[in-house]
Design a protein. Structure first.
Length: 317
């Protein structure tokens, strides 16, 4: 079934493209308020917001190419305007992922030590403010695509001084260096094995297996799982930016992203759930936790399945 019969991807982009900007405003506001009031609950909530927004930014960015296809060739729409928006959105996406990762690290430290390290919250705030600025710029450039009345006269690059961090720059790196794609594929496969292996162990404990191991011991592995998740995300984005035509209207690709977002949320659940962290040796998890863990295992199997099906029931490669 073609992806167009499931939903209009361009409409989905218009719906989701406000999430990074609005979410960043909410997260920064909560974090600043938590610092003023010295309230750990508000701080915790702001860090959770950043992680959730980082996950939602993934489909917001990936649906952009389909939206581009829908407006190309229309009166007043030029390729230069589209490219400027895309390049700014790509940088904003990367910054949002760094912000979400830093926020999760602070949450992990909260759970393990009762408080984050002295550097983690300032780092999150700095990244979040920078992300908000770049995201606002990307949103403005996106509005200029169809609204000529708000366009600025100048045509300055969206990301001055970073020529390689653009769509054209990344495509040149991939196409002109034959070792880049296989190296990224290797890293992508290793990252997938690590993240599925670590989350598999942790969720098996939550399902009631390996009861001799306290949950806190397995909890130490989660940062390595998030690092592997990041490697997968970056290498996957490299493939997407280099050859977007293989993915923008590929049904299995969008199913993979849906499963990936839901599975990625498991990092947050495993970190913020206090009763789960307190699960000691020999203790059986609650039924609800077992259900969450079993669902997560199925979701990761779905990520692997849809990724493998890209060439067979999609139109990739």
């Amino acid at each position: 079934m073609a992806i167009e019969t499931l939903f209009n991807v361009a409409h989905l982009h218009l719906l989701l493209n406000h999430v990074p900007t609005v979410g960043s405003v909410i997260g920064v506001g909560l974090l600043l308020l938590s610092l003023v009031r010295r309230n750990d609950h508000l701080k915790h909530a702001s860090l959770e917001v950043f992680f959730i927004v980082a996950l939602l930014t993934l489909p917001a960015y990936l649906t952009g190419v389909a939206a581009q296809d829908a407006v190309e060739g229309r009166e007043g729409v030029t390729q230069q305007i589209i490219d400027r928006h895309h390049d700014a959105a790509m940088v904003a996406f990367l910054l949002m992922q760094l912000t979400g990762a830093a926020a999760w690290v602070a949450l992990w430290q909260f759970r393990r030590r009762g408080h984050p390290a002295g550097w983690s919250v300032p780092a999150v705030l700095l990244l979040a403010v920078l992300t908000l600025v770049v995201t606002g710029r990307a949103a403005t450039l996106g509005g200029e695509i169809r609204h000529q009345e708000i366009r600025l006269e100048d045509a300055t690059p969206a990301v001055p001084g970073v020529g390689w961090l653009t769509k054209d720059g990344i495509q040149r790196i991939v196409t002109e260096n034959p070792w880049v794609w296989p190296a990224a594929e290797t890293l992508h496969f290793i990252g997938l094995c690590v993240v599925v292996g670590i989350l598999g162990l942790v969720n098996l404990r939550m399902m009631g297996f390996m009861k001799a191991i306290p949950f806190a011991a397995l909890h130490r592995l989660l940062p390595w799982g998030l690092l592997a998740f990041g490697v997968n995300l970056l290498t996957g984005m490299l493939f997407y930016v280099a050859t977007p035509e293989q993915y923008s209207m590929n049904g299995p690709f969008y199913w993979k992203i849906i499963f990936l977002m839901l599975a990625g949320g498991d990092f947050l659940y495993l970190t913020v759930k206090a009763k789960t962290f307190a699960l000691g040796a020999g203790e059986d998890p609650p039924v609800f936790d077992k259900a969450i863990a079993a669902t997560t295992v199925v979701l990761w199997l779905g990520v692997v399945y849809w990724g493998r099906m890209l060439p067979f029931i999609g139109n990739a490669f």
